[in-house]
Write a protein that binds this ligand. Structure first.
Ligand code: T1G
Length: 695
């Protein structure tokens, strides 16, 4: 009485037909699974089973449609038809959910007539995180069960619901403990005893058209998901559930879904989805075991050190923080306590007692003798860092890892001051270190592979996204940033205003432009970087003299109330007093006007050209590592996938043509990247260098 393929099993347990989906690792609803489900329902209809139970094998119910199929011609049976095929069964069908039931997985459950979840199950529609909307009936069935408000929230945010919440809003019928198959079987038998009828969600009346809810959702998500199309289309699809028949609503949902499938945003967000997983898959780390890292030493309790300590404490690690004296150590403890209090306010932490119980501070390095890993976050000065590493080298136990949080210094030079250069690595956190997701793992010449593997394991523990970087000034992100910032300064000298540039870059999708970003971070940071680089600056390079003059005038940005903008609170107004400084700097240079598109094109061309050099030099392993870095550390819009995908989609030949034209007047800044020239000559894209990334 059983039938099985490698993707699903059908077997009888008395009156119950049990349909098990087994498509590891996430039971994605690829073609074979859709075919199997369709046939299983046909089999159920034909045999004398009285009720059917659908369960997932392994760690979860169903992870949704098979994302690797997106962008290819859809193959029948289409998922919405499978859901309707389940719903049209003449005998009751129960879904028993454990773990995630996401996207199409949730829609399969909605196609069933009854739904049970075991504790810990999660229900979600994350399609907007892929530039899509639910496309298998979810926008039509869920509102019929829950009303429009919960449907709008879950489909626009992409955030999953707990089983308890799903029960509360009427998405499911029962919660049970333990094994989903056993719990599902027991529920199915209860339903049989009750003579429970077939209960088709699609046959339920339209949900009430809550005009206020739709207006509020559109206002909220136009802001929250600025630039993104999918959330607003999800609202349209849910509204169709209120105003159309079920069949027309299904057709409208399909139309909206297929339109989104063709958008660059869907390509961008799926590129980002797979890169999130590929970025930590490095051939040199395959089968390498990380070292233990339960006890972390942090040297320096300033903003970065305290942030790093907070991130470690929030992730359950034990922290010993070293400062130069008791007062500084106490100040660091207060900063960390403040960070943890804020995490409690944000709902990220129940209370601060547990993490604080794992924090100790000291002024004597000997306190680090038991630490598995030390992370130095002291003043950005080579001599200071080398002194710290010499001390660490004497006190840290054999096998402990010595890491530096430097944002640009030569880690090879730091490693050389120790007797164990193989244990030295860079861990470049981004401020605030307990909030920002990006961690650049900077691998020095002699860094051991298991040290790098440990850094990636630490990032996972800290729920950060690690990117492997090579040693150079600025590693991946800051090196590329300094170049596209340079392009903005050159556009100022050529006739654009800071405010035109900020407007254009915000319109492109970054949260803010380079000049408002400078005002936020403090204009003195750029000033100090320029002073640091002055000795080695190429004479053909330009210096934004107006920017130095602004700092000399005490215009530091938000912290001084005046920079490129003057500030009443956080609101900034263009500071026209900057223009005379800019005009003086422009003296004699030919001027031109810039459209928004001109500004975006130059800004992005500079970003991509330097990124190509970073990849070519091996500072970034692949173009995808640049994409991930810019997404998680520099606010690059996720729905564009990353600068390297943007370049591929824009067309590398046209980009190279532009760079060559600009090089005629500024050959120093616009030197085409050799890798870009090679790819264009070979008719290839950056994506071709990411080997194995699904199209
Ligand atoms: N399709 C194809 N591959 C997938 C996949 C999917 N839906 N989900 C994960 N993978 C791969 C992933 O790339 C990785 O591959 C491996 O599985 C393990 O993933 C019509 C249109 C389910 C919570 O958006 O959220 O349904 O790197 O490391 O940490 O309305 O995967 O090993 O080669 O993330 O245990 C909606 C996306 C699709 C869910 C499990 N569904 N996936 O987390 O494993 S659109 C989603 C996840 C849709 C319908 C619409 C998570 C997970 P590799 P992993 P995990």
């Amino acid at each position: 009485m059983s039938q099985a393929t490698d993707k699903f099993r059908y077997h009888r347990d008395g009156a119950v037909a049990i349909i098990t989906i087994a498509n590891p690792p996430v039971n994605a609803l690829g073609l074979a699974v859709r075919q199997g489900l369709w046939q299983a329902i046909d089999r159920f209809e034909a045999d004398d089973a009285e009720i059917a139970l659908i369960v997932g094998d392994g760690a979860l119910f169903l992870g949704g449609a098979d994302i690797t199929e997106f962008g290819k011609p859809p193959v029948e049976p289409f998922l919405p038809d499978v859901c309707t095929h389940i719903e049209n069964a003449s005998k009751p069908v129960v879904a028993a959910v454990h773990g995630p039931a996401l996207g199409g997985g949730c829609e399969i459950a909605l196609g069933a007539h009854y739904r049970l979840a075991v504790t810990g199950a999660r229900f979600g529609f994350p399609e907007v995180n892929l530039g899509l909307i639910p496309g298998a009936g979810g926008t039509q069935r869920m509102p019929r069960l829950t009303g429009v408000r919960p449907a709008l929230e879950i489909m626009c945010s992409g955030a999953p619901l707990t089983a308890e919440k799903a029960l509360e809003i009427g998405l499911i019928d029962r919660i049970a403990e333990g094994d989903p198959r056993e719990a599902g079987l027991s529920y199915a038998l209860d339903l049989l005893k009750q003579n429970a009828p077939v209960r088709r969600t699609g046959a339920l009346p339209n949900p009430a058209h809550d005009a206020e809810a739709f207006a509020a959702a559109r206002a909220t998500w136009e802001k929250k998901a600025r630039g993104q199309v999918a959330p607003l289309k999800a609202i349209d699809a849910v509204e169709a559930a209120c105003t159309m028949s079920f069949d027309d609503g299904i057709r409208e949902e399909r139309r909206l879904f297929l339109d989104l499938m063709e958008t660059p945003q869907r390509a961008g967000m799926i590129h980002a989805f797979f890169n999130d997983r590929k970025v930590s898959k490095l051939p040199e780390l395959k089968d390498v075991t990380p070292r233990p890292m339960a006890h972390v030493g942090v040297i320096g309790g300033g903003t970065m050190g305290a942030g790093i300590a907070t991130a470690c404490l929030l992730s359950g690690l034990t922290v010993t923080l070293i400062e130069r004296d008791d007062a500084a150590a106490e100040k660091a403890r207060q900063t960390i306590t403040g960070n943890l209090d804020a995490a409690v306010k944000r709902g990220k932490l129940k209370d601060t007692a547990a993490p604080l119980s794992r924090l100790s501070t000291a002024t004597d390095y000997a306190a680090l003798s038991g630490a598995d890993l030390a992370i130095e976050a002291v003043f950005e000065d080579m001599a200071v860092k080398q002194e710290v590493f010499a001390k660490l080298d004497t006190v840290m136990k054999p096998g402990a890892i010595l890491a530096t949080n430097t944002s640009y210094l030569d880690i090879n030079a730091i490693a050389q001051t120790t007797s164990r250069p193989a244990d030295v690595i860079g861990l470049h956190f981004f401020s605030p270190a307990h909030v920002m997701k990006l961690l650049e793992v900077v691998v020095a010449d002699q860094t051991a592979r298991d040290v790098t593997a440990t850094a990636f394991a630490l990032a996972k523990t800290l729920q950060k996204t690690a990117v492997k970087a090579g040693v150079c000034d600025g590693f991946i992100g800051n090196r590329i940033l300094s170049v596209y910032r340079g392009a903005a300064d050159r556009m100022i000298l050529d006739g654009a205003t800071p405010w035109e540039i900020d407007d254009a870059i915000r319109a492109f999708g970054l949260p803010m432009g380079p000049f408002e970003m400078g005002d936020l971070a403090g204009l003195d940071i750029g000033y100090m970087t320029r002073k640091r680089k002055a000795a080695t600056r190429d004479p053909r390079d330009i210096v934004p003299t107006w920017a130095d003059e602004m700092v000399d005038l005490g215009w530091l940005g938000q912290k001084s109330g005046q920079g490129y903008y003057t500030y009443e609170g956080r609101k900034g107004t263009p500071n026209m007093a900057v223009m005379p400084l800019i005009e003086a700097a422009r003296a004699g240079r030919p001027q031109q006007s810039f459209t928004k598109q001109d500004i975006q094109r130059r800004y992005m061309a500079a970003m991509v050209n330097e990124a190509a050099k970073v990849v070519d030099e091996g500072i970034a392993a692949r173009p995808l590592d640049v994409d991930v870095t810019l997404l998680y550390g520099y606010g690059f819009p996720r729905w564009r996938g990353g600068p390297m995908l943007w370049a591929d989609m824009t067309g590398l030949p046209a980009l190279l043509d532009d760079i060559r034209i600009w090089a005629e007047t500024d050959p120093y800044f616009w030197q085409p990247a050799p890798l870009l020239e090679r790819l264009v000559a070979e008719g290839r894209n950056f994506a071709d260098l990411n080997e194995g990334t699904p199209k």
